[in-house]
Design a protein around this ligand. Structure first.
Ligand code: B16
Ligand code: MG
Length: 219
């Protein structure tokens, strides 16, 4: 079945740039302050998950419970450390093949959007110097329901004025793949096929995407 791609919607963290390492260091620092460890494998559970839900998972791992006021303060503290790290980023951290792919599809008239859970998406895109390569940016500030709810992608399609069927989402997290499927969109997983089983196809990265420029082959 051939799906014509008229819009490409990109997750940010793990697709355009690898911010997971900065999230990890900030969450680990918070965990250590509260006397427990947080491993890289624990960090896998936070990919694509909202900031407050990430904190709840962290507290589950540490076996701790706090009220909402305390949780907000903890999440703010982690975010301050995270923002310090991402403020140092530059274009050298954009993942291989991303800029070329964006320029290629835009030259063919395909619309581009960001669909990210991150409330820091505009800051990251500005640091990377690629904000102008996107027609629309939908981030964690614009949506009330986190992935796997399809809200973030449906809002991007709506702002682009493209039917969801003609949108293809590029995602690295299982929750995001589910969100794209629920939105009725095509979905390309960026990462490992063993983890992103529900995607229509899975690629290691954008350097492997030449074959689906213009039209999108659903497998
Ligand atoms: P922030 P994505 C997600 O971004 C990250 O994958 C996830 O680890 C993070 O907790 C979430 O953004 C919220 O980020 O704390 O910056 O608002 O993958 O949806 O682009
Ligand atoms: Mg992601």
């Amino acid at each position: 079945m051939i799906r014509e791609m008229r819009a490409a919607i990109f997750d940010l963290d793990g697709v355009i740039v690898d911010t997971a390492k900065y999230h990890y260091l900030a969450w680990k620092r918070l965990a250590n302050e509260y006397g427990f460890d947080f491993t890289e494998s624990d960090n896998e559970r936070l990919k694509g998950v909202s900031r407050i839900r990430s904190l709840e998972i962290l507290l589950e791992i540490g076996g701790l419970t706090f009220d909402n006021i305390k949780k907000t303060k903890m999440a703010d503290k982690k975010n301050d450390w995270y923002v310090d790290s991402i403020s140092q980023m530059d274009a050298s951290e954009i993942l291989p093949g991303v800029v070329e792919y964006l320029k290629n599809i835009r030259a063919k008239g395909i619309k581009t959007a960001i669909g990210s859970a991150s409330k820091n998406a505009p800051l990251i895109l500005e640091r990377l110097g690629i904000i102008s390569l996107f027609d629309v940016i939908v981030d964690g500030n614009k949506v009330s329901k986190a992935k796997p709810d399809p809200e973030v992608f449906l809002r991007a399609a709506n702002e682009l004025a493209i039917h969801p069927y003609n949108c293809v989402v590029f995602e690295d997290a299982e929750a995001g793949i589910q969100a794209a499927i629920s939105a009725g969109m095509g979905v390309v997983g960026i990462g490992k096929p063993s983890i992103l089983k529900e995607a229509d196809m899975v690629m290691g990265g954008f350097y492997q995407l030449e074959m689906i420029l213009g039209t999108y082959l659903k497998t």
